[in-house]
Each structure stands twice: as C-alpha cells, then as structure tokens.
Design a protein around this ligand. Structure first.
Ligand SMILES: Nc1ncnc2c1ncn2[C@@H]1O[C@H](COP(=O)(O)OP(=O)(O)OP(=O)(O)O)[C@@H](O)[C@H]1O
Length: 422
C-alpha cells in the first residue's frame, strides 16, 4: 500500500465518543482494529491489535470512555464519529443495578430484576447487551430473558427464553447460546395469540424465579429482561403482566415519554421507572430488514455464525411424527363445552396431520413426551426444519442440528418458515 492509500481509515476517538458504521451492501466485509487506548462494542472490550470482522447487516458502535485510535478496513456504507451518546446514562444505570446487587449480597434478597421497554428500534436489545456485559465484567452472572418472539435473541424467532450469562458477549457473535431455557410460542408477534403469550410468560417467569433460588450467584446478579416494541393496547398489557410475573423492581423506558408516564401511573410504588434517551446510532429497520434478520437468526441456528455448524438432513416417516399446533379456531363462549371459555381454545393442543402443510416450517422439539403432558408449559430441546415432503413415500426430510433419529417426542409447528438455500 502506498502512504497516501494505507488501505484503512484511521479514527482518533476522543473521550466518550463512538465510531458508528453500517454494512448494507451484499457480501461486504469490514474489519476493525484497536490500535491504542481502550474501546468497547456494546459493552464488550476490544483487544488491542486483534482484527474484528463484520459482514453485511452489521450496525455497530465502537465506544470509548478514555479515548482511542481504531483502524477501519474494508467497505462500509456509512461510517462516522458521534460525540453525543447516552452511554454515560447507561453506565449510571449499571452502577445503580450494581448497588442493588451489593445490597442483595448483604440482605439475601434477589438482585435487581430490570425490564427494558420502549417502541421498536430504540436500542432495547443493545442496552440489555451493554448492561449484561458490564455486570459480567464485574464478576456477576445475570440471567438474560428475552420476551420478544419477533427477533429471538436467546434462541430463534417464534420463541421466548432465558440464558445464564457467564461471559461477556463476543464482539462478532454475541452471547454464548449454550443451554438456553426456551419456550415455544410459534408466532412473530404476541398479538397472534395473546392468551398463549401470557401463559408462556408466566411459566418462564416461574422457572426463572426458581432458578434464582437455586443459584446464589445468579440470585445476587439478577435478571435483565428484553421486551417487544409493541407498547400500545394489548402490547402494553403484556408489559404489565410480565413486570408482575417476573417481580420486576425496575423498568428502564427508552425514548417514549408517553409509555414512561403510563408506567409511572400503573406500576406499584416499589418499582423504579426510569426514562432513558435513545442513542442516535440506533438504526431503524424496515419490515423487510426485520424479516431478513429473522431468517438470518434461523440460518445461524442450523449453520452457525463465524464458527460453522454442520446440520444433518434425514427422512422421517409420517407415522413416526407427533406434530401439534397450539390454538384452535376461536368459538363464541356459547358454543364451548360447559365450564370452558373461548380463550381456553387458544392454548389447546391440536394434532396436525403431516403433509405439504409442514413444508419449510420450523418444528420445535418439545421435552414433553406425549400430548398428555403439559406441552405448552414444557420447554423445548431445539428445532428442526421441514425441507421436503414426499406424499408418495409418506416421509418428510428434515434439517436438524442432531443426527437421526428424531427423538420420539412432541413436535410443535411454528408459523415461521425457513427456506434452506445453503
Ligand atoms: N450506538 C449505536 N450505533 C450504531 N448502531 C447501533 C447503536 N445502537 C444500536 N445499534 C444498532 O441498531 C439496531 C437496532 O438496535 P436494537 O436491536 O438494540 O433495537 P431494539 O429496540 O431492541 O429493536 P426491536 O424493535 O427489534 O426490539 C441494531 O442492529 C443495533 O446493532
């Protein structure tokens, strides 16, 4: 490289500034390297001299509390330095949570259980990541709960779940997804089955609160809960329900004053409701971009991210599958059997006859062994995807992270589909 064209851009970042960049163009790559000083990506410290690679879809901020120099190689669609960021407020939130952890060490109570709320695209997931990373860097071991079935940051879209965070997220791949606790919901939006959504939230909350009792480090460290961007009407009621079920002690509201005031009005007095600004760097995503991210999450589940995974593909006979969907078409109360309400139908297990109706659908592999078990209240072991249906041979070909045979358990069909063009 000539001196005029060193092949990289150098950014000297002042104290409390961040370098933001996005890669939108297909098959583009960019690499970031910290040359001097200290910097972090959403709470994960960068190692000096180590190149970090980002690919299409990356929307990134490299923040520094102390000042630093970074080199950016490759092509980005946007790159600029921002001096205004809410990072100091986010750091203050972390300090407040840390004070609560110290108190809970002294008095044996639960550590902070905090819920992050706000409309879509305000940086809820990013704030969760920052708070979890700061907690882990301070030797804590918090639980991360994701109640947003639209993106699925704990597992794949169409689920809600929890993850014990023992190590900071890696810069390129996020938190380790080892052994998450996952419940099937089967839809992208809670509104597709409000009754089921509330039911699985209550169950997840019960299991998470029990887990805190069993794990002293997690109990002190507390829980960070990510939520959906649907904050009006039934969406708002879901937030209140989740706050109650998880025994939330603090709610951080990003960006929306209306939501902040509603929560101040409706939350019990002991719950601290805090308003936080949105970062100017948070990127709004179109419907198409969201669909693409969902697809990518599913692809990563089967094929891995930077470290590749090698899924299996094999045939399963129709007669060897027990497929169910949750929720029967709703009937008026007057048509329901005595003692049942119409909403009971929404959590009903309905057998699905295998056929073309399964093509490309994700099936959750339940830990329940038969339909007699409490299937909707049972967590799932993983997912498979139906790649092909052969009516003549009465078999489906599935993509599975595990080799055959498919465990002889209940499979729950998700509305989400994945077309494997690997
Ligand atoms: N400071 C920043 N600079 C650049 N990009 C950022 C910054 N903060 C967040 N982003 C990016 O903006 C996008 C949206 O952020 P995030 O997923 O945290 O929002 P959200 O509120 O959780 O979205 P949702 O509506 O899906 O719940 C992400 O791709 C994230 O990487």
């Amino acid at each position: 490289m000539s001196a005029e064209n060193p092949g990289y851009q150098e950014f000297k970042l002042d104290v409390d500034c961040e370098l933001r960049f996005e890669i939108e163009t297909k098959d583009q790559k960019a690499t970031v390297e910290l040359i001097s000083g200290h910097a972090e990506l959403f709470g994960t410290e960068l190692v000096k001299g180590k190149p970090y690679e980002f690919t299409t879809g990356a929307k990134v901020a490299i923040f520094t509390y102390h000042g630093c120099t970074v080199h950016l190689r490759g092509k980005t669609d946007v790159s600029y330095v921002a001096r205004e960021t809410p990072m100091i407020q986010y750091l203050n939130c972390h300090s407040a949570l840390e004070d609560m952890r110290v108190k809970s060490e002294d008095n044996g109570s639960n550590g902070p259980i905090v819920m992050i709320v706000g409309p879509t695209d305000v940086g809820k997931t990013t704030l969760c990541r920052i708070l979890l990373n700061y907690a882990v860097r301070q030797g804590r071991c918090p639980l991360y709960v994701d109640l947003d079935p639209g993106q699925g940051s704990v597992s794949i879209p169409g689920t809600i779940g929890a993850l014990l965070v023992e190590r900071p997220a890696t810069v390129e791949e996020g938190f380790s997804q080892k052994a998450p606790l996952v419940y099937h919901f089967g839809h992208k939006s809670p509104g597709d089955n409000d009754v089921l959504y509330q039911t699985v939230i209550s169950k997840l909350a019960e299991v998470v609160l029990d887990a805190l009792k069993a794990n002293k480090r997690a109990k002190v460290s507390g829980v960070v809960i990510n939520t959906c961007g649907w904050v009006k009407g039934a969406g708002y009621r879901h937030l209140l329900h989740a706050a109650k079920e998880f025994e939330v002690g603090a709610v951080f509201v990003i960006d929306q004053e209306r939501l902040y005031n509603e929560l101040l009005r409706d939350m019990p007095n002991f719950v601290k409701v805090v308003f936080l600004p949105k970062s100017g760097g948070v990127v709004e995503r179109s419907k198409a971009a969201r669909a693409e991210t969902r697809d990518l999450r599913i692809r990563e589940y089967f094929y891995g991210q930077k470290s590749p995974l090698y899924p299996h593909s094999f045939d399963v006979k129709f007669s060897e599958m027990k497929v169910f969907k949750i929720g029967a078409p709703s009937l008026p109360d007057s048509c329901m059997p005595l003692g049942m309400k119409a909403e009971d139908n929404m959590t009903k297990l309905v057998a699905v006859q295998p056929g073309h109706n399964l093509l490309h659908h994700i099936l959750a592999v339940s830990f329940a062994e038969s339909a007699e078990d409490e299937v909707i209240l049972t967590n799932v072991a993983g997912f498979v995807c139906v790649e092909n249906v052969d009516m003549e041979r009465q078999v489906v070909t599935i993509l599975s992270p595990q080799p055959r045979p498919l465990p002889n358990t209940v499979l729950l069909i998700s509305e989400l589909q994945f077309v494997d063009n690997h």
